[in-house]
Design a protein around this ligand. Structure first.
Ligand SMILES: Cc1ncc(COP(=O)(O)O)c(C=O)c1O
Length: 252
């Protein structure tokens, strides 16, 4: 395989999005050169426009105080209304299906409060292989909140082989044997640890065919892959905006 610098530069040159590189601050290495930044899965780079946007809000706060809720250039009270349309485009949903609020883990908890409705026969949660650690804790705390034992109620996907990938047949088998006990399936659109891209539509259809609610943690998918949430039909999804959407740490 050709892995030369020349090929990389040539591919960059052909990429119609390559000019976007100029719109970000790139950290420097010890020799003062731009680093090659491959950590957008953790925290996206800072857009050059960010300072201007934040300063605008600080100015409005400084000059307007509480009136900024209604009179700021971008009034704060209905802030989510400015963000809904573009965010809906990012995840392939209808604007009425999307809202920008809270942090990801808070949203996962809120969504599980609504969508994880265990009964004495159907109370298990099928979740991603090696999920982000805080997802595992969030799932366990929801299970315990309803009086179940995480050791019994939490089913973690296990990769088919040493390549650490989980096949659709693997998920199908679990649903065929235990589907009637599974209340909720919660999987990443892209697994944070292995990078596996899951087939959201197929998993949703399989889950629904077995009477399960199906949700996705799209932290590593939003802004990274094409998403079609409306068409694919999962019951819910949550994601964050500080990775591939470059909105900054702690952003909604
Ligand atoms: C897949 C996944 N889920 C959940 C989280 C936790 O997100 P937050 O700390 O913003 O709630 C992360 C953070 O990196 C993540 O990658």
């Amino acid at each position: 395989m050709n892995t030369s610098l020349t090929l990389a530069q040539e591919l960059d040159h052909q990429d119609e999005l390559s000019s976007f590189h100029q719109q970000f601050h790139i950290p420097k290495d010890e020799n003062g050169n731009d680093v090659i930044y491959l950590c957008g899965n953790s925290l996206g780079l800072m857009p050059k426009a960010t300072s201007e946007y934040i300063n605008q809000e600080l100015e409005d706060w400084k000059n307007l105080g509480v009136e900024g809720h209604f009179m700021a250039k971008n009034p704060w009270m209905p802030y989510h209304e400015f963000l809904t349309k573009n965010m809906a485009n990012v995840v392939g949903a209808l604007p009425s299906e999307v809202v920008v609020m809270n942090s990801l883990t808070v949203n996962l908890h809120l969504l599980m409060v609504s969508f994880y409705r265990p009964t004495s026969n159907r109370y298990k949660i099928l979740f991603d292989y090696s999920p982000f650690p805080s997802d595992r804790y969030a799932i366990a705390s929801q299970v315990k909140f309803h009086g179940y034992d995480p050791a019994d109620a939490m089913i973690e996907l296990i990769p088919d082989s040493s390549d650490e990938l989980v096949s659709i047949d693997n998920i199908k088998n679990i649903l065929e044997t235990q589907g009637n006990e599974i209340a909720l399936i919660l999987i990443g659109g892209v697994n944070y640890y292995t990078g596996q891209l899951y087939d959201i539509k197929t998993i949703t259809q399989l889950g629904h065919a077995h009477g399960c609610v199906v949700g996705f943690d799209l932290a590593h998918a939003a802004g990274n892959i094409d998403l079609h949430l409306h068409e694919d039909g999962p019951d819910f999804a949550a994601w964050c905006s500080y990775k591939y959407l470059n909105s900054g740490p702690g952003s909604l």
